[in-house]
Design a protein around this ligand. Structure first.
Ligand SMILES: NC(=O)c1ccc[n+]([C@@H]2O[C@H](COP(=O)([O-])OP(=O)(O)OC[C@H]3O[C@@H](n4cnc5c(N)ncnc54)[C@H](O)[C@@H]3O)[C@@H](O)[C@H]2O)c1
Length: 359
């Protein structure tokens, strides 16, 4: 089978992880082109990662190279238009999180996918480490009993310099603050384990950073399976941590890390009487794969090879984006929000700050 021909759009910070991961999968995929409007950065990127063709424009790249797969690594405000161009050129897409600025944009992109491709996958790499895979299969097998309670903390630190980048900290270009840009990773894993959410009640605040968006949000989330979760998203926390805790009937499962985890970052504490069963299930299954772009891209390529929608699908990414929209809607409208409140008639469907952030 010929190798998948891939291109990378946007050659800034995160693009390196895409190039290195795709090179690690070189038996299956080759990076044939890269696109950036910053010609110096593009040239350096192509030289470092041995990419042959350079373009300043996505359209020109698509016409000239006809790639099978495009990795979109530009700032979030550009995702909708660039992903749409690629899907319309019959290329499947891997887009960096957040996939779009709004639910409306995500629905537009989902409508441009085909049943047999092209497809859109969103990068949520924390779903792909062994620990998350094992936890999800233990939940599916019923080993852990009912999920009761969860904690999902993204307490990170970003200074004023970080938000000086012209696209950061603005509703029009980043789509939100740490709820949209940082905690979205942890909230995505929370949803991957607990499923659909039912109701959210939240607060968003500007505590310290000079920017348009929140720098802190706190939420209480109820899931359709009855579990309740406390969620914190922050970029003002000097001791940084990403922390997930799930209390099931038969065990507590915790994950403590910062930007990526390995097997050792998980802790499982069985409830009395369930030690043997829980420990045996946790020891079985896959081990040794950390959360990373390469772990997700391997799964993406496997799906493309078998002509199925690659993970994380637009439907899965939508659940996470809808929780983000729900947190903002609850915080700014000061009321409980259910998914049904976020349809096309809601101001929060077309902008994450709805009809304006109310602090
Ligand atoms: N998955 C993760 O863990 C993770 C981590 C960091 C960032 N990200 C996401 O990756 C995306 C990019 O973030 P970043 O930190 O790499 O940003 P960045 O600013 O470092 O890089 C963006 C690049 O896009 C280029 N660009 C701008 N306009 C363009 C256009 N019209 N066509 C082509 N290129 C254009 C810029 O010149 C720049 O090189 C964001 O969506 C961000 O949220 C994801």
């Amino acid at each position: 089978m010929p190798r998948i021909r891939a291109a990378i759009v946007g050659t800034g910070n995160i693009a390196r992880f895409h190039a290195e991961s795709l090179h690690a999968l070189h038996d299956e995929v080759e990076v044939v082109a890269a696109v950036d409007i910053d010609s110096a950065r593009l040239a350096e990127f192509c030289s470092t990662h041995q990419v042959e063709h350079q373009f300043a424009d996505v359209g020109q790249m698509l016409t000239s190279q006809r790639p099978d797969l495009v990795h979109v690594c530009t700032p979030p405000g550009l995702h909708r238009a660039q992903v749409l161009q690629c899907l319309q050129a019959d290329a499947s897409v891997v887009v960096e999180k957040p996939p779009t600025l709004t639910l409306r944009e995500l629905d537009e992109l989902a409508a441009a996918e085909g049943a047999a491709g092209p497809w859109l996958a969103t990068v949520f790499q924390h779903q792909f480490g062994s620990g998350a895979q094992r936890l999800r299969s233990m939940v599916a097998d019923g080993v852990l009993g009912r999920p009761l309670l969860a904690v999902c903390n993204t307490t990170w630190l970003r200074d004023e310099d970080y938000f000086a980048a012209p696209w950061r900290g603005r509703w029009d270009t980043e789509g939100g603050g740490p709820t949209m840009g940082h905690g979205i990773h942890q909230m995505d894993l929370l949803g991957a384990v607990l499923g659909d959410w039912d109701e959210v009640s939240a607060v968003a605040r500007q505590q310290a950073r000079l920017m348009e968006t929140e720098d802190v949000s706190l939420a209480h989330v109820t899931f359709a399976n009855g579990a309740v979760a406390s969620v914190i998203n922050s970029v003002v926390s000097p001791r940084e941590e990403s922390y997930l805790r799930f209390d099931f009937e038969r065990a507590t499962v915790e994950l403590t890390h910062l930007y990526g985890y390995g097997d050792d970052d998980w802790r499982v504490t069985p409830a009395p009487g369930f030690e043997e069963r829980v420990d045996a299930a946790w020891k079985a299954g896959s081990h040794g794969v950390g959360s990373s772009h390469v772990a997700q891209f391997e799964a993406v390529i496997h799906s493309l090879r078998s002509s199925s929608a690659p993970p994380v699908t637009t439907a899965d990414a939508r659940r996470t984006m809808q929780l983000v929209a729900g947190i903002y809607a609850s915080a700014f409208q000061r009321r409980r929000i259910r998914p049904a409140d976020l349809g096309p008639d809601s101001p929060f469907y077309g902008r994450m700050d709805g009809d304006g952030a109310r602090w």
